[in-house]
Write a protein that binds this ligand. Structure first.
Ligand code: FE
Length: 337
């Protein structure tokens, strides 16, 4: 009896030892439903166990900072290049040099030194009420400051990272002075105070509060496919417009992933990133949230395909992080609340 117990304890220890090596810990600011099925598939394919912790982006970044070298996390997943840049600046990510990853992820959708890689792409675009606006009246983000749009624009608060990154891209294109003048013009044209999320701007436009909403594309997709009739009917009144098509292109952003500086399962972490960039994973990961794959040649989902092809601004996304502080100050000066 005693020997059998000892043997059992020994084999349990061996199993524990083996699985301790083959595991990877992920902190994800994306909801569990948007990542979990892929992680399960990764485990089935590779035998590497994945432990997932989900939470809000800023809270997870804080947690990574306070845990420091003791963090169990090997990977950090979050949305927006501005946030990924912050994570790099905070010292919680490490550089990964991988020819495989560099070949797959276009240069503008990853950190130039490999601190993070884009996993999916979203566009921050214009959605207009088809009863009130003709597409020919729209052209670029810049023209949203034109007095003809007085009281007709809905956009959320400047405290939101999506707007900060949009403004950061405009600073890169037009300079700070011109972008501040633009922000003042935009604020003067708002149809309501910039409260609520992206979906609320689309809903406000649908009920006549404004004629054009600025929002991320996947929210529009979620509304089109929503089980809630109010959301579906709101989206049905609107159309997606791709601004700046004759210039730099529409502002795009990524959700992305980086290996933590304290990662104790670095190899497994890199294998997971590579897995998330396979054609199959790219297609699923983008489609489940009505986003676009970062990998070229991977088919788009039906919903996003219906909005048409567009030209994406090819700005180096690290620039969005670099210009973030200037963008925040500028929006504040312009009275964008
Ligand atoms: Fe979002």
């Amino acid at each position: 009896m005693k020997i059998r117990l000892t043997l059992m304890a020994l084999s349990l220890m061996l199993i524990a030892g083996a699985s301790a090596a083959a595991e990877v810990n992920v902190y994800s600011a994306r909801k569990e439903a948007l990542i979990k099925p892929l992680l399960t598939q990764f485990t089935e394919t590779t035998g590497i166990k994945v432990n997932l912790v989900t939470g809000k982006a800023d809270a997870l970044l804080q947690r990574l900072q306070s845990e420091g070298a003791n963090t169990p996390a090997d990977l950090f997943i979050t949305t927006d290049a501005g946030r990924l840049w912050r994570a790099r600046e905070a010292g919680v990510l490490q550089a990964v040099q991988s020819d495989t990853l560099n070949d797959i992820v276009p240069v503008s959708y990853r950190d130039p030194e490999g601190y993070w890689y884009g996993l999916s792409l979203r566009a921050r675009t214009l959605m207009y009420v088809t009863d009130k606006v003709d597409a020919s009246e729209l052209s670029d983000y810049e023209s949203l400051a034109d007095p003809k749009w007085k009281g007709r624009i809905c956009i959320r608060s400047s405290s939101n990272i999506y707007n900060q990154s949009l403004v950061a891209s405009m600073i890169a294109a037009n300079g700070e002075e011109a972008t501040e003048a633009w922000a003042r013009g935009l604020v003067a044209n708002l149809g309501k105070s910039p409260t609520g999320g992206d979906r609320d701007q689309i809903k406000a436009a649908a009920v006549g509060v404004c004629d054009v909403a600025v929002a991320n594309t996947y929210y529009f997709g979620k509304m089109e496919k929503s089980s809630d009739s109010v959301q579906r009917e709101s989206a049905a009144k609107m159309k997606v417009f791709w601004p700046n098509r004759s210039g730099r292109g529409t502002h795009v952003n990524v959700s992305g992933i980086g290996v933590t500086s304290a990662a104790s399962h670095r190899d497994e972490a890199i294998r997971l990133i590579e897995f998330l960039l396979t054609d199959e994973a790219q297609s699923w990961y983008a489609n489940v949230n009505y986003e676009y794959p970062v990998k070229e040649g991977v088919a788009w989902g039906e919903t996003v395909t219906a909005w048409g092809v567009f030209k994406a601004d090819q700005i180096d996304m690290a620039e969005l992080g670099r210009n973030n502080a200037a963008a925040v100050r500028l929006m504040d000066r312009a009275g964008w609340r």
